[in-house]
Design a binder for this molecule. Structure first.
Ligand SMILES: NC(=O)c1ccc[n+]([C@@H]2O[C@H](COP(=O)([O-])OP(=O)(O)OC[C@H]3O[C@@H](n4cnc5c(N)ncnc54)[C@H](O)[C@@H]3O)[C@@H](O)[C@H]2O)c1
Length: 327
């Protein structure tokens, strides 16, 4: 049982690790015990920024006594890291996606269930005030149509545009809006997707664009549209339509149109990211979430990961893919 301070290790020292580490370093009930990354220079740099020290490897980090680890590694590096931490009894905050495919994530899930360690996954959109409001607005309503989009540039990390390292745009990136689709419209029972397989640049091999259809257990139908061929982030979000209700949700904004007219609410996306970290720390300390955030446990995130992987599988096979639509 964790008493008054959570001892946190950071695994991976890239962009998202920095974001989490800075948020955690500002929390009085978190002690950062170290940072590990195969790139020792990166680990040392991040550790210095947040007032801790680099650890040579996972064993060295574990030897310092760790209650919880924030696993901030690229998609290809998931699996063994989480399993070793879980076996050591360490609680896990895991960045999305859970891995390149379903099999690796299923193995981690089995390990965390066996070990009984608390988990949360970086689906921080769920911790946003506008998503909370959207949930209230759709409660009890029958969703008819869902339109999810991720229209963006290729992110500036070396592994992203290689399918064997990232899993491709739907698994790596659009998984955020697929998670919202499940949260707001329920489980998906079948998908069918096609892609423009032209790579975004020479020497890369992810698809340039993906278009998919989704069938929801509640009867709704939906689409996912994704491209990485822009020079800017154009739009990432989801639109939902019920009888006389239209919602548009992004990381920054909620727009609602109903019989009362049109309303827009704006939020700072940084708030949801911090709230997700805060919620997991509170969870580990046995307290109610103090920042409006939500813990999305590994099993729940695995359902979203299966959906993203089903869309990727459909592109690969050229046919529809069925999913288990039961909760
Ligand atoms: N939730 C979000 O909004 C959000 C935002 C950004 C990134 N991410 C996710 O976080 C992950 C990392 O993204 P990033 O932008 O930080 O990438 P990055 O390339 O900047 O950093 C990843 C780091 O992990 C390290 N690494 C690789 N294998 C490792 C291992 N076995 N053990 C420890 N460290 C290892 C790399 O050396 C690198 O320093 C990606 O899956 C990405 O999708 C999520």
């Amino acid at each position: 049982m964790i008493d008054t301070e959570v001892r946190v290790g950071i695994v991976g020292a890239g962009g998202v690790a920095r974001r989490h580490a800075e948020a955690l370093a500002s929390m009085p009930d978190v002690g950062l015990v170290g940072v590990t990354d195969p790139d020792g220079g990166r680990a040392a740099d991040l550790a210095a920024t947040v007032g801790t020290t680099p650890a040579d490897d996972l064993d060295a980090l574990l030897a310092r006594g760790v209650d919880a680890a924030w696993v901030c590694v690229p998609p290809f590096a998931h699996g063994e890291v989480e399993t070793r931490l879980a076996v050591a009894g360490v609680a896990l905050f895991v960045e999305k996606p859970l891995g390149l495919d379903v099999a690796a994530a299923e193995q981690v899930h089995a390990a965390v269930v066996t070990a009984g360690v608390p988990t949360s996954v970086g689906h921080h959109w769920r911790s946003s005030a506008v998503v909370a409001r959207a949930r209230e607005l759709v409660a009890g309503r029958t969703i008819r149509l869902v339109s999810a989009t991720w229209l963006d540039k290729v992110p500036p990390v070396p592994w992203w545009a290689q399918r064997g390292s990232s899993g491709g745009q739907v698994v790596e990136q659009a998984v955020h809006v697929l998670d919202l689709a499940r949260l707001l419209a329920g489980e998906v029972t079948a998908v069918h997707a096609v892609a423009d397989a032209a790579p975004p640049s020479p020497g890369t091999d992810v698809d340039s664009a993906t278009a998919g259809t989704l069938r929801f257990a509640g009867g709704a139908v939906g689409t996912l549209a994704a491209t990485c061929r822009l020079a800017w982030k154009h739009r990432a979000g989801i639109e939902l339509y019920a009888d006389d209700l239209a919602l548009s949700v992004s990381e920054e904004q909620l727009t609602v149109r109903d019989s009362e007219g049109i309303r827009t609410v704006e939020v700072d996306p940084a708030d949801a990211r911090t709230a997700a970290d805060r919620a997991f720390v509170d969870h580990l300390l046995g307290r109610p979430p103090s920042g409006g955030g939500i813990v999305v446990d590994y099993g729940e995130a695995l359902r979203t990961h299966r959906l993203a992987c089903a869309l990727a599988d459909s592109v690969a096979s050229g046919g529809p893919v069925a999913l288990d639509g039961a909760r």
